[in-house]
Design a protein around this ligand. Structure first.
Ligand SMILES: Nc1nc2c(ncn2[C@@H]2O[C@H](COP(=O)(O)OP(=O)(O)OP(=O)(O)O)[C@@H](O)[C@H]2O)c(=O)[nH]1
Ligand SMILES: [Zn+2]
Length: 228
């Protein structure tokens, strides 16, 4: 009996070398899983998995590390693209620091997933974010700048997360975020968010004001002592 259970459990272990194309249709959007490959990083060897939204052609990736079974609580981060913070070392925001910390945490934990969503500028795009930064240089905060440009404060759409996590065999998660709205978005998609893990790294003199605004206007949970 024990041997049978072990065999069933083994067959449930998610292999990170997925290779089949997979599609899911949401109410009004279709998503495809495209391919995966090894991705050695400074932190450890991940696999990268490619996904696409059929209508918009928007591409997203997931990085996975280690193995799990469908019943396991998997450590995840949903990271919104921030070219300036993630790739260009900007200290205007905390994104680059959080990205690094999330990958480190996953490796230390032994397994996990980072969904890297192409939602630059909270969904307004890179150049609109530059426009918003320009307005912030002249006194607006991050929310006022978005609104001045005719956007909502946060335009992100998380629907593809369900497809990405299902493809990777993840149903239950512990989520690294300071943003309660992300947690709610995942819960609304039917993902069991067992716990939230704060990821308050990367406070700098340049981003304290921005982080304060996120706490006050966007409901982020941030340790107030860090923002003094
Ligand atoms: N429109 C706009 N987007 C910004 C600004 N600063 C950072 N971003 C974008 O905000 C997104 C990250 O969102 P954050 O609000 O920093 O954090 P979060 O993802 O909601 O929450 P965490 O999970 O705690 O990191 C990225 O897409 C960044 O490009 C800004 O001033 N204006
Ligand atoms: Zn950023």
């Amino acid at each position: 009996m024990a041997a049978l259970l072990r065999q069933v459990r083994r067959s449930l272990i998610i292999r990170n070398d997925l290779c089949n194309t997979r599609t899911m249709t949401d109410a009004d959007t279709a998503f495809d899983y495209v391919s995966s490959a090894k991705l050695p990083t400074r932190f450890g060897e991940f696999r990268i998995h490619g996904f696409v939204e059929e209508d918009s052609g928007q591409e997203h990736v997931a990085l996975s590390y280690g193995n799990w079974t469908v019943d396991d609580e998997v450590l995840i981060r949903i990271h919104s693209e921030c070219l300036t913070g993630d790739a260009l070392f900007s200290t205007r925001c905390d994104c680059g620091f959080q990205l690094e910390k999330a990958l480190q945490n996953i490796v230390e934990h032994g397994s996990g997933v980072l969904l890297y969503l192409r939602q630059e500028g909270r969904g307004i795009g890179l150049l609109n974010k530059v426009r918003a930064y320009h307005l912030q240089d002249n006194g607006m905060d991050t929310v006022e700048a978005n609104e001045h440009l005719g956007f909502d404060a946060d335009m992100r759409d998380y629907r593809i997360c369900r497809f990405m996590l299902e493809t990777l065999g993840v149903k239950r998660v512990s989520l690294m975020t300071n943003n309660p709205r992300k947690r709610q978005a995942l819960t609304d998609l039917g993902i069991d968010v067992v716990k939230r893990i704060p990821i308050d790294h990367g406070v700098t003199e340049h981003n304290k004001g921005y982080l304060r605004t996120k706490t006050e206007k966007l409901g982020h949970d941030f340790d107030p002592h860090l923002l003094k």
